[in-house]
Ligand binder design. Structure first.
Ligand code: SAH
Length: 256
């Protein structure tokens, strides 16, 4: 197989174990492979299943409801994030939230937890359940597109007052009304660089369009979250989320 064939842009996340010689059934992808992408038997595709490898495969069967492939080659990829960052993201209006899901996946977050806060426009958490399939499809597509092999885990939505920073995790809380002596996110990340290097997981919390209430911020601080600033300008929630994830990734060497 030439390196050329590896360049196929058609990457698909599957749930089956893979290895050279495996012949996975791809029935769930049949419509997309055949009707949408118009691929034919013997066309190359790349399969991923979250194990850190990419698998070059050749389609062996394509029908309306059935498809299969044979794995010809594998290679390890360095595209999976090495740091463990969970984004606690306040729920936003649909398109903005979905944009954050996509971009945060590309930037390498390991987990996304939707948070319903006091000023969230979209609530309550139970109503989020209906969005789950759509959200999963978005992170899956972003995963396939950006080259990572593992999609971020998408946790169930949780009410802000029930959020609790897991033991051992360093949590950053972005607050536009932080005291002027609050560190910038970049400085705060740099200050714990050694423990991040040693594998400490990180969390980042970004509030909704209307901001977090002072009461919520107080509760998060008491729970151990470190209040950080993203500068003097007030960013929209989705801008704040992506800027903050990018700052963390850059400081941790993930954008190099
Ligand atoms: N409604 C507020 C702004 C909310 S901004 C107001 O109009 O005053 C939405 C979210 O983005 C905030 O909850 C916070 O988490 C984050 N954010 C925006 N700008 C920020 C900044 N300069 N520093 C830290 N966090 C910021």
């Amino acid at each position: 197989m030439t390196a050329e064939v590896w360049r196929t842009r058609h990457r698909f996340l599957v749930e089956t174990p893979l290895g050279v010689g495996a012949e996975p059934r791809l029935d769930a992808l049949a419509h997309q492979l055949g009707a949408v992408l118009r691929l034919k038997p013997s066309d190359p595709i790349v399969l991923i299943n979250g194990d850190g490898c990419e698998y070059l495969a050749q389609l062996t069967e394509i029908g309306a409801r059935r498809a299969a492939a044979r794995v010809l080659d594998l290679r390890h990829t360095a595209a999976d994030p090495r740091i463990d960052l969970t984004l606690y993201m306040a729920t936003l209006k649909q398109d903005k939230f979905e944009w954050v899901l996509q971009k945060a996946t590309e930037l390498g977050v390991a987990r996304i937890t939707p948070v319903v806060s006091q000023r969230s426009v979209v609530r309550p958490a139970a109503a989020m359940a209906s969005k789950r399939a759509r959200w999963l499809a978005i992170v899956r597509e972003a995963t396939e597109q950006c080259g990572r092999t593992r999609p971020p885990l998408l946790a169930d939505a949780i009410e802000a007052h029930k959020v609790s920073l897991p033991a051992g995790v360093h949590g950053f809380l972005a607050w536009e009304a932080a005291e002027s002596d609050a560190p910038s996110l970049g400085a705060a990340v740099a200050a714990v660089a050694d423990s991040i290097g040693a594998g400490q997981p990180l969390a980042l919390l970004v509030g909704p369009e209307g901001g977090l209430t002072a009461e919520e911020v107080q509760r998060f601080s008491a729970d151990g979250w470190q209040v950080v600033s993203l500068g003097k300008r007030i960013l929209r929630a989705e801008t704040a989320a992506i800027a903050a994830v990018a700052v963390i990734m850059e400081r941790c060497g993930e954008l190099a």
